[in-house]
Design a binder for this molecule. Structure first.
Ligand SMILES: Cc1ncc(COP(=O)(O)O)c(C=O)c1O
Length: 356
């Protein structure tokens, strides 16, 4: 039986999108591919609110997290760590031989702008890694406030993982001065995994020119060259997913990005109200994610039993991430799900747990 996915990625993909992926294959150096690319990129710029470059990477988000640190730093990186994925970005930096310091808060808490300001004021750093929405803890970090701080440090690259927030929350890339903004398409985009969308500022491209050992597959300047000269990707891309992306961009623009963000906010509010009534929120108050709620397991239920029973009824939610496996469980409200879908899921959980 198919399970309706309320996990924080991959998310549910509509049948019409899956159908788009069964289109006949085309060559990635063909005129047809260039036409597809030329359709997709301007629409991507629209939903990311940027006039700068947007590239497509055939990889999951982790690949572009690696790419960003490789291309944008030759001094020292400041890693803002508040959960599993922000921790991963720091480890990626180190694994690539980059010098990186951490500022860190307890899981469930948010990174505050003052912390970033204090660290950057030392002048030691030329890039920060910032996970906008920490999927592991259900925390949304204050992107706009940190962006304000970043304006004081124009030479520091602002690298943003928007993996579980892009197109579920309004991110105005140019206005916020984000140098790299990346997200795999299997979360709020509601597409199958395998492709990552990322914006790169002109400043980041200039910076990349000064950085040695940018690698090969993920070299920003190679993406730039193929984009400029051919309107294509450097290597063979996941063409089927790009077909799906093209269709989904039309759907997003037809829904209206603002409506999409509002729908995400509404789904989050319903989930939070339910969570506060029966359990507790894991996220620090004021920093709850609009796309995924980490529910504190205050009733000490068996998270695996709940997930199993939900599976039997055709639904999937996630356990807590890593060390939070039994302490929390996560309900994702992202992608193409509706308020009605979330209400239905919560009522099924009510039935299973005898709540309400
Ligand atoms: C915030 C965040 N960053 C990075 C990743 C890594 O993505 P992937 O496993 O698709 O490379 C995830 C995956 O869930 C995530 O939620």
């Amino acid at each position: 039986m198919h399970k309706d996915l309320f996990i924080p990625g991959p998310t549910e993909v509509r049948p019409e999108i899956l159908k788009e992926m069964s289109k006949p294959m085309i060559g990635h150096r063909s005129k047809e591919f260039t036409q597809l690319y030329e359709k997709v990129i301007p629409k991507l710029k629209k939903v990311l609110y940027t006039d700068q470059k947007v590239f497509l990477s055939t990889s999951s988000s982790t690949g572009v997290m690696e790419s960003a640190v490789r291309n944008c730093s030759n001094k020292k990186i400041l890693s803002c760590v508040c959960g599993a994925f922000s921790d991963r970005w720091n480890k990626i930096a180190e694994a690539n031989g980059k010098d990186a310091d951490r500022i860190e808060v307890e899981w469930g808490k948010a990174i505050k702008p003052e912390m970033v300001d204090k660290a950057l004021s030392t002048g030691k750093y030329d890039a920060i890694t910032f996970v906008h929405n920490e999927t592991s803890t259900g925390v949304m970090n204050p992107l706009e406030e940190v962006a304000e701080v970043m304006k004081k440090y124009p030479d520091v690259m602002f690298l943003v993982d928007a993996v579980s927030s892009m197109v579920g929350y309004k991110i105005e890339v140019d206005k916020l001065g984000i140098d790299v903004c990346l997200a795999g398409v299997q979360k709020c985009w509601a597409l199958p995994p395998g492709l990552t969308v990322f914006s790169v500022s002109d400043k980041a491209l200039e910076k990349a020119k000064t950085v040695k050992n940018r690698g090969y597959y993920f070299d920003f300047l190679t993406f730039l060259k193929y984009d400029d000269k051919r309107h294509q990707t450097p290597a063979t891309p996941a063409i089927s997913i790009i077909y799906a992306l093209d269709k989904q961009l039309d759907n997003i623009l037809a829904e209206g990005p603002e409506n999409r963000f509002k729908r995400h906010r509404e789904m989050a509010e319903i989930t939070r109200t339910w969570t506060k009534k029966y359990f507790g929120l894991f996220a620090e108050p004021g920093y709850e994610s609009p796309t995924v709620t980490a529910v504190k397991n205050t009733r000490d239920i068996s998270v695996s039993d709940l997930r199993e029973k939900l599976n039997e009824k055709g639904y999937a939610i996630s356990n807590g991430y890593g060390k939070l496996k039994q302490q929390t469980f996560r309900i994702a409200h992202m992608g193409d799900h509706t308020v009605e879908d979330i209400k239905k899921l919560l009522s099924v959980i009510d039935d299973i747990l005898g709540l309400g």
